[in-house]
Design a protein around this ligand. Structure first.
Ligand code: TRP
Length: 437
């Protein structure tokens, strides 16, 4: 690979309306990370994924708009990161099919979301797959395509998504192996255990499924009402209060400075009344959210501007990455221009000579060490370092014969030879082996 920047890719499911828990746990840290200079960042609205659960078109549209506006309002800068909508990149859907055809069905059977659905059906005495769509089953393949289409290196995710990243690696690796080249970078999950999870109104984790959320951009008076409705214990003003396990305190802490938090902790110890505590929490949250809310409202009033931003992101990204890459992948799998088939060629015309099958040669040098080299016809492609035993050299050759050019510590490309050329030669070798079988 060239010396490109690390690619970091973040998928945002377009369902529901963002709440404070999403903001603190996902949006705010992701936008802070998007400002890093040493990365090329991809942020996209996973609207195709949302269809698996949400099948109300008006809500799908509404939610996509709200979520796009939320990320923009919170400071995501479409000039500096790739910001796009999954469904605007048809190459993702095409790649989904290529990956579907290499993905092991058994692996998909083990995906958490699918397994949970099956377990629930069993517990209820239903047929295993009752009510399960093929969309739910295929979820990890679509997600793999999201990641692999841009050869992302790192994918920041919550723990629940690690399995999906592992599956994406598996699909990418299978494809690379079958088609004989490192087409896909194998992505890594980036898990940050430090991000805060907020408690909701009832003290349980803030989550849409518990119906205990505070919407991120609730109008000011509603925000205040919701903060004032948060669960507290029954201690009276004057009685010392526990900061540990107090949802109000936790909410204060993620919006306040360290100094403010220390002062607030002292107020707890000094027996601040719950009404006063709530007022302070409301103020500190509102201080950060108010300017964002103003931007959000301005954006929501101009949905056409958001549409333009998203389309522009997708258009540039397709031209730059997705279209050339899918063309390469079509070629790889054999969806090719028929006029270039050698059997169909006009017999009078000279068929393009197929590259010779490369050969590996093992030998021993005067230094007593064991070497190998890769030749294609009489062109030297690479020479290895010296190995201590013929077995070591042989193992390395065997790995290369599988098409793996990983690591380049133990060989040297010959003058004027690129790693692409060697990859192509190895692919040729693998193809010739397969043709023999
Ligand atoms: N599955 C992710 C979630 O539920 C969303 C998502 C879709 C995603 N495609 C992705 C995340 C690709 C990272 C990379 O949060």
């Amino acid at each position: 690979m060239d010396n490109r920047k690390t690619r970091i890719l973040t998928g945002i499911t377009t369902s529901g309306t963002p709440h404070l828990g999403n903001y603190v746990g996902a949006i705010r840290p992701a936008i802070a990370a998007s400002r890093a200079d040493n990365a090329e960042s991809f942020y996209f609205l996973a609207d195709l994924h949302s269809l698996i659960k949400a099948q109300d078109p008006a809500r799908t549209q509404r939610s996509t708009l709200e979520i796009a506006a939320s990320w923009l309002a919170c400071g995501l800068d479409p000039e500096r990161v790739w910001f796009y909508r999954q469904s605007d990149i048809p190459e993702i859907s095409e790649l989904t099919w290529f990956l579907t055809c290499v993905a092991g069905k058994g692996i998909l059977n083990r995906a958490h979301a699918y397994k949970a659905a099956v377990d629930k059906n069993r517990a209820e005495g239903e047929d295993d797959d009752a009510g399960v769509t093929a969309g739910l089953f295929m979820y990890p393949v679509l997600m793999g395509a999201d990641i692999l289409i841009f050869n992302a290196d790192q994918v920041p995710v919550g723990r629940d998504q690690i399995q999906h990243i592992e599956m994406a690696r598996d699909f990418g690796q299978r494809f690379n192996h079958i088609y004989g080249r490192e087409y896909f970078t194998l992505p890594e999950a980036l898990v940050d255990d430090d991000v805060a999870t907020l408690s909701g109104l009832d003290g349980r984790k803030m989550s849409k499924s518990y119906n205990n959320t505070i919407p991120l951009f609730a109008p000011r008076d509603q925000l205040k009402k919701l903060v004032f409705s948060m669960l507290t214990d029954s201690r009276a003003p004057g009685e010392p209060k526990e900061t540990e396990g107090s949802p109000l305190f936790q909410l204060y802490k993620v919006f306040a400075s360290v100094e403010e938090t220390a002062v607030f902790a002292r107020a707890y110890a000094d027996g601040i009344g719950w009404g006063d505590a709530k007022q302070q929490v409301f103020e500190v949250v509102d201080r950060e959210i108010t300017p964002l809310r103003e931007r959000y409202e301005a954006l929501m009033a101009r949905p056409r501007d958001i549409e333009v931003i998203l389309r522009d992101g997708a258009r540039r990204l397709r031209e730059r990455h997705a279209m050339p890459f899918i063309a390469e992948l079509r070629e790889a799998v054999g969806l090719r221009d028929l006029s270039s088939t050698s059997v169909a060629a006009d017999p009078d015309e000279e068929a393009p000579a197929e590259a010779p099958v490369p050969t590996f040669k093992q030998y021993r040098e005067a230094d007593g060490k064991f070497y190998f080299k890769l030749m294609q016809g009489d062109r030297l492609l690479l020479t290895s370092i010296g190995f201590d035993s013929p077995r070591d050299a042989g193992q390395r050759v065997a790995a290369m014969k599988e098409g793996a050019l990983e690591g380049n510590a133990d060989f040297q490309l010959a003058d004027g030879v690129s790693s692409d050329e060697v990859n192509a030669a190895l692919a040729r070798f693998v193809a010739a082996q397969l043709a023999k079988k």
